[in-house]
Ligand binder design. Structure first.
Ligand code: ADP
Ligand code: ZN
Ligand code: ZN
Length: 678
C-alpha cells in the first residue's frame, strides 16, 4: 500500500536527536497540524512532542513508523512564527530543535497528560481570567519630556523590524518610555501583545506594581522560573491564547508563545542574566532581536550602560540609537569620587573618608548603600606559619569563611565544613581570615558607626522566601540607615532616601583575566550609582581603589559611557575580539584533566581538516579548572564572520557526534556560541 500525501507527522521531542522523528498520522488528519502538541512513544517511554510538519514519505521503513499516541487538540497549535523562531534558536546555538522547543513549553505541556488533564487545563485557563481587572488601580503618569516623547514616537512610528537602543542613565525615564510605547500599541490594536523582559523578576516588584497601576484593565502575566508550576502554566496559556496583552518575564519568557506579539522590550539589556548558564546557552537579548526581525516588529533594548555588542551595532547604524541624557526628575546625577586606598588604608575594608561620609549621611537622616561583590566573612582562611589556604576539596577555588555558621563554604559547589581549629598542615592554632566579604563588612560598619541601623542583603541573608522583599521594604520604610550588600542591591530599586553609595572592592574586577571585566565593572558602578539621589537629594558615590589613575575611573567620574565604550571597542577591534570577531567555546568535562584536554585535542584535529575556515585555539584548562570534583577544559573557536562560524560549527559538530571518542574516561562536552565568559 502506498502512503497518502501527508500520512506522516514530523515531531520534535526533548531528546538529543538531530532530526525530527517521524510518526504515523492515522485518522487524526484534522488534529495533526504543525504546531500541535502530542504524546508519542519513544522506545518504551511516552514523551511530549510538537508537530513541526507533515510529510508524504517516511525516512525509515514504513513498518518501523509508530502511531502518535494522542493529539492535544484542546490547546491551539503553536504558530508558524514560534516554530520558525525556536528552530532558529536551536540552529544558532547548535542544539536539537526539540531540546529548545519542548522545554520552552509550560509544565502542563511538558509531560504526557494524566487522567486529570482536562480539569488542569480548565483550572489554568480560569486562573488568569480571574486575575484580569481584579485590581482597580490608577497611576499618575508624568508628562513625558521632549526626549521621551521623541523616543516613544520613534518606537511607535516604526513599521516592520526596528531594533532600537535606548540609552539613558538610571532615572532618565526609560521605563516610562517602554510603558508609554506599550500603552500606545495596546490602544491602537485591540489584540496586540507586548513582551517586556527584565533580568530578574524577584527584584522588580516595583515594576510589576507600576504595570498593574498603569494597565489596570489589561491582563498582565509574569513568566519566570521561580513560579509554581500551575501559575506558570496559567500565565503561558494566557499568553498563548492571546488573553494576556503584556508578558513580563525573565530570559525564558523570550520563548513564550505570543501569537499577536507586536513589540519587544529588553530592559537592562546589558545584564549578564540574559545569558543562560546551562542547557542551551542562549542570549535572551539576542534572541529578542531575532524574534522581532522574524516578526517584522520593533524591539527596544534599554540600558544606562549598553552591552558593547549592542553599542557597536548602534555605531554601525544597524540599531537606531535614542538617548535620554538626563534624569527625568529634578534629581541631579550623583558625584562620583575616588578614594585612593594607597593613601587611606582600608583597615577591615573601610577607609576613613568613606566612614566619615557614612556618619554624615546618617546624621542628616539620609540613607547610605555600601556595595561589595563578595558574600561570606572572608574569601579565604590562611595559616601565616606555613602558607596553608582554605580550599574546596572538590573545586580549584578557595573556600570562603562564613562567620554566621563558623564554616568554610565553597561558593561554587556548595561544599561546607567546619573551620579547622588548627592548621591542617602544621598545627598552628592562629588561622587568619583574609580579605572581606559582606559579613565582615557588616561587623566593621557596626563598630565604625555606633548606633546605626545596618542591614545586610546577600544570598545568605535572603534564603528564606520573602526575606529579600521584607528587607527591601524596611529600606523603603526608612527603617535602615546603611544597606550593605552584593549585586542584589544594585539592580532596579528605587530607593528614595539614599544619598551616599560606597563601593568597597572595585579593584577585584580591574585585575581580572576576563576581557569583559572592565565593561562589567563600569556597568555595576553606574548601576549602583543609579541608586543614589533618586528623590533629589544631593548625592555622592565613593569608590575605594588602589588604581585611581585607571582610565575606566576617569570615564566613570564623568558619567562618560560613550567615551568608555569608544576606547573599549577600539581595544577590542585592535585585538580581534568580540563583537568584531564572533566566537564559540567548546568545553569538556571529565574525571581527569588529561581526558578533557585529550578530547578537545581530538576535536581540534577533526576541525582542522574542514572546508570552512575557522581558527581553533589550543585546548586549555578553564579558569575554574575543577568544579565539584570534575575537571574542565575549553577550546576557543573563531571565524571572520558569523555565517562562516555557523557553517563551520554545523559541519564540525556533526563530525564530532559521529566520530568515536578517544579512548579513556568518559567526557561530557558542549558548545557555547557567543560565550560571555572565557
Ligand atoms: P529609568 O527606567 O530610566 O530608571 P524611570 O522610568 O523609572 O527611569 O523614571 C525614573 C523616575 O522618574 C520615576 O519615578 C518616574 O516616575 C519619573 N519620571 C519619568 N519620566 C518623567 C517625566 N517625564 N516627568 C517627571 N517624572 C518622570
Ligand atoms: Zn600551617
Ligand atoms: Zn567547591
Amino acid at each position: 500500500m502506498t502512503a497518502s500525501p501527508g500520512a506522516y507527522a514530523e515531531i520534535v521531542v526533548d531528546l538529543p536527536v538531530g532530526q525530527p522523528l517521524t510518526y504515523r498520522v492515522g485518522d487524526a488528519e484534522q488534529e495533526a497540524q504543525p504546531g500541535t502538541c502530542c504524546v508519542v512513544p519513544v522506545g518504551r517511554r511516552e514523551v511530549m512532542g510538537i508537530c513541526v510538519g507533515r510529510s508524504a514519505e517516511a525516512a525509515v521503513a514504513d513498518e518501523k513508523v509508530r502511531d502518535v499516541k494522542r493529539w492535544l487538540g484542546d490547546v491551539a497549535p503553536l504558530d508558524a512564527h514560534w516554530l520558525a523562531f525556536t528552530r532558529f534558536a536551536a540552529d544558532y546555538y547548535q542544539h536539537p530543535w526539540g531540546q529548545v522547543a519542548v522545554p520552552a513549553l509550560p509544565p502542563l505541556l511538558r509531560t504526557p497528560p494524566g487522567p486529570r488533564w482536562a480539569s488542569s487545563l480548565k483550572r489554568a485557563r480560569n486562573a488568569c481570567a480571574a486575575e484580569a481587572g481584579a485590581t482597580p488601580a490608577s497611576a499618575v503618569v508624568p508628562e513625558p519630556n521632549a526626549e521621551q516623547r521623541a523616543a516613544v514616537d520613534a518606537i511607535s512610528a516604526r513599521e516592520g523590524f526596528a531594533p532600537i537602543l535606548l540609552h539613558g542613565v538610571t532615572g532618565s525615564g526609560k521605563t516610562e518610555v517602554y510603558l508609554t510605547a506599550i500603552e500606545r500599541l495596546l490602544a491602537g490594536d485591540p489584540q496586540a501583545q507586548s513582551l517586556l523582559l527584565v533580568p530578574e523578576i524577584g527584584l522588580t516588584p516595583q515594576l510589576q506594581a507600576r504595570l498593574h497601576a498603569r494597565f489596570a484593565k489589561q491582563t498582565i502575566v509574569c513568566l519566570h522560573s521561580a513560579l509554581p508550576a500551575a501559575e506558570r502554566s496559567a500565565a503561558w496559556l494566557a499568553a498563548h491564547e492571546g488573553r494576556a496583552r503584556i508578558v513580563l518575564g525573565t530570559r525564558l519568557a523570550v520563548f513564550a508563545s505570543l501569537p499577536r506579539l507586536r513589540l519587544l522590550v529588553v530592559d537592562e539589556e546589558h545584564d549578564t542574566s540574559y545569558k543562560a548558564g546551562d542547557g542551551v546557552r542562549y542570549s535572551a537579548r539576542d534572541l529578542a532581536v531575532k524574534r522581532a526581525q522574524l516578526l517584522g516588529v520593533p524591539v527596544v533594548l534599554g540600558s544606562a550602560t549598553p552591552a558593547l555588542e549592542s553599542w557597536a551595532q548602534a555605531m554601525q547604524g544597524r540599531y537606531r540609537l535614542l538617548c535620554l541624557p538626563r534624569r527625568a526628575t529634578e534629581a541631579a546625577q550623583p558625584r562620583v569620587e575616588l578614594i585612593d586606598q594607597r593613601l587611606h588604608k582600608a583597615a577591615s575594608g573601610l577607609t576613613e573618608p568613606l566612614r566619615v561620609a557614612l556618619e554624615q549621611t546618617i546624621a542628616r537622616g539620609e540613607q547610605a548603600l555600601v556595595f561589595i561583590n563578595r558574600r561570606g566573612y572572608a574569601p579565604v582562611v590562611a595559616c601565616a606559619a606555613c602558607g596553608w589556604l582554605s580550599a574546596c576539596p572538590k573545586c580549584a577555588v578557595f573556600a570562603a569563611f562564613h562567620k554566621t555558621d563558623g564554616a568554610l563554604h565553597c561558593h561554587h559547589c556548595g561544599w561546607r565544613s567546619r573551620v579547622p581549629r588548627a592548621c591542617p598542615t602544621c598545627g598552628n592554632q592562629n588561622l587568619d581570615a583574609v580579605g572581606h566579604g559582606t559579613q565582615r563588612l557588616e561587623e566593621t560598619l557596626a563598630a565604625a558607626l555606633p548606633g546605626a541601623r545596618i542591614l545586610r542583603i546577600d544570598r545568605d541573608s535572603t534564603r528564606r522566601r520573602g526575606a529579600a522583599d521584607a528587607a527591601l521594604a524596611a529600606v523603603h520604610a526608612g527603617e535602615t540607615d546603611v544597606l550593605l550588600g552584593t549585586q542584589m542591591i544594585a539592580k532596579g530599586h528605587d530607593f528614595q532616601r539614599v544619598s551616599l553609595v560606597g563601593i568597597v572592592n572595585a579593584d577585584a574586577q580591574l585585575v581580572s583575566h576576563d576581557f569583559r571585566a572592565p565593561e562589567r565593572l563600569f556597568a555595576t558602578v553606574m548601576q549602583v550609582a543609579g541608586r543614589a539621589g533618586r528623590s533629589g537629594l544631593p548625592s555622592r558615590v565613593l569608590v575605594q581603589t588602589r588604581y585611581p589613575e585607571h582610565p575606566l575611573f576617569a570615564a566613570l567620574c564623568r558619567f562618560d559611557y560613550e567615551g568608555f565604550a569608544r576606547s573599549q571597542l577600539a581595544e577590542r577591534e585592535a585585538a580581534g575580539m568580540p563583537p568584531f570577531v564572533p566566537q564559540a567555546l567548546l568545553t569538556a568535562q571529565a574525571k581527569a584533566l588529561e581526558a578533557a584536554l585529550a578530547f578537545l585535542g581530538h576535536a581540534r584535529a577533526l576541525g582542522l581538516g574542514l572546508s570552512e575556515p575557522a581558527t581553533l585555539y589550543d585546548p586549555v584548562p578553564m579558569p575554574l579548572a575543577r568544579l565539584a570534583g570534575v575537571f574542565r577544559a575549553q577550546m576557543l573557536v573563531e571565524a571572520p564572520r558569523r555565517s562562516l562560524l555557523q557553517a563551520f560549527l554545523r559541519e564540525w559538530l556533526a563530525r564530532l557526534h559521529e566520530a568515536d571518542a578517544p579512548p579513556g574516561p568518559r567526557v561530557h562536552w558542549q558548545i557555547e556560541v557567543d560565550p560571555q565568559e572565557i
